[in-house]
Design a binder for this molecule. Structure first.
Ligand code: ADP
Length: 410
């Protein structure tokens, strides 16, 4: 038996073969009409390939199946290999039915080679196509996520800008009341009410600033004003900003000045104070009254690791990985409204997200360590802030991390 015999046999029995395949693959008359042409062209290509001893014609047909998903079955096709296997089975059945056993064996052996090659080829084509489909879907999902992220961030920026106007009005009217009624300044009760209002407005301003920072960080548009910066001064400035909560909570802050490098680095001092302030406020917030916070540093190659160590309630291993995410507050959200420095006060969960964004924009890194969460044994937490030590503004590299924006940040 030669391939020419096989080609001849297929050719002379092609009508029967097409009919048998169509019967097997279709469940109703309408489907039969749809698939008959595709099955007929498949056999044409098969015969041509067998006749010339070259898979090109058949491969071309299979490629068209994959490209147009035009294999001879109904509905949506995801897998074409099973269809080809069915055709092979029908073809083999017909050979067994129509031929003498000896001839059938020869034909089946020759046919096996042709179909196996075709099945391998189709399987490869299909895997490639499925992979490409999945890549497309992944890309679409990613684009959708990016759009969502952007609209979330746009919303935050718009909301923050809109909130500013009424706050300015409240501040303005409060001052006008005091101007119109100077006698109120002598009234302790009235002044206490005014102070309550002023501190509420101040807190609102801070929240709005945080919201704007979140949107700048999310959009990768944070602006750094790099200049020679001394970490000792940064840490001192941040420690002054937490003096009153430390006093209220009867806590101590120990700064190990000798561990902090004396030389300057190029960084944005205001942004670094902002980060240190947030990390120190958290250390205060998540440590019971009377606790202690230590700030120390160690020099590593190219970086300074500023550590803020507290002896507070600690962080569970599960939470360590996501406290730096947006709105990552751990625990009871009903605590949110309590005071800014109150023990376990809770906040909107933006502080660490902003800190991470600022430090990463500097080319640094920030992470936390803790033996776990335990309100009785107080394992404490250590926050590591890795700040790059730079002798000069980093030319291209630095400008790459400084992205200009016309958005107001304060
Ligand atoms: P917020 O304090 O507004 O909730 P942050 O982003 O500053 O938001 O902190 C996120 C979460 O990380 C906090 O809710 C808290 O659970 C945890 N956390 C941060 N700092 C500490 C700390 N020093 N000790 C224990 N938990 C902390």
């Amino acid at each position: 038996m030669t391939v020419t015999d096989l080609a001849r046999w297929l050719d002379s029995n092609s009508t029967v073969l097409v009919q048998a395949v169509v019967e097997k693959l279709s469940q109703n008359e309408a489907q039969k009409a749809q698939v008959i042409e595709t099955v007929a062209s498949f056999f044409e290509s098969l015969i041509e390939s067998v006749r010339h001893g070259d898979s090109a014609a058949l491969n071309d047909r299979l490629s068209r199946w994959v490209e147009g998903r035009s294999a001879p079955t109904e509905g949506e096709l995801t897998r074409l290999v099973p269809v080809l296997i069915s055709i092979k089975q029908v073809n083999a059945e017909q050979i067994r039915l129509l031929c003498e056993p000896a001839q059938a064996v020869d034909l089946l052996i020759a046919l096996d080679v042709v179909y196996d090659r075709a099945i391998n080829y189709l399987s490869q084509l299909e895997s490639d196509a499925l992979l490409a489909d999945m890549r497309d879907q992944l890309q679409q999902a990613q684009q959708q996520l990016e759009r969502l992220d952007k609209s979330k961030s746009d919303f935050i920026a718009v909301a923050a800008h809109e909130l500013r106007t009424p706050i300015t009005l409240v501040e303005g009217y409060a001052n006008m009341v005091l101007d119109a009624r100077p006698d109120l300044k002598q009234d302790e009760g009235a002044m206490a009410l005014f102070e309550g209002m002023t501190s509420g407005v101040k807190r609102l301003r801070e929240i709005i600033r945080d919201m704007l920072d979140v949107s700048l960080i999310t959009l990768d548009m944070i602006e750094l004003h790099a200049q020679p910066t001394w970490l000792n001064q940064i840490i001192d400035a941040a420690s002054h900003s937490v003096e009153s909560p430390l006093r209220e909570r009867r806590m101590k802050l120990r700064i190990e000045h000798e561990t902090i490098p004396k030389r300057a680095t190029y960084a944005d001092p205001e942004r670094l104070v902002q980060v240190l302030n947030k990390i120190l406020m958290n250390a205060i917030k998540y440590t019971p009254d009377g606790g202690e916070v230590i700030v120390q540093a160690r020099e590593l190659t190219g970086f300074v690791d500023v550590m803020v160590i507290d002896n507070g309630i600690g962080i569970s291993p599960n939470d360590l990985s996501h406290i730096f995410g947006m709105f990552s507050t751990v625990g009871d959200a009903s605590l949110h409204s309590s005071g800014k420095s109150k023990f376990r006060g809770g906040g909107p969960g933006l502080g660490l997200y902003i800190s991470k964004g600022i430090i990463e924009a500097h080319g640094g890194n920030i992470w936390a360590e803790s033996a776990g969460y335990d309100e009785l044994n107080l394992p404490g937490s250590t926050f590591h802030i890795m700040i790059p030590m730079r002798n000069a503004p980093q030319g291209d590299n630095l400008s790459a991390i400084i992205m200009k924006t016309d958005k107001e940040v304060t």
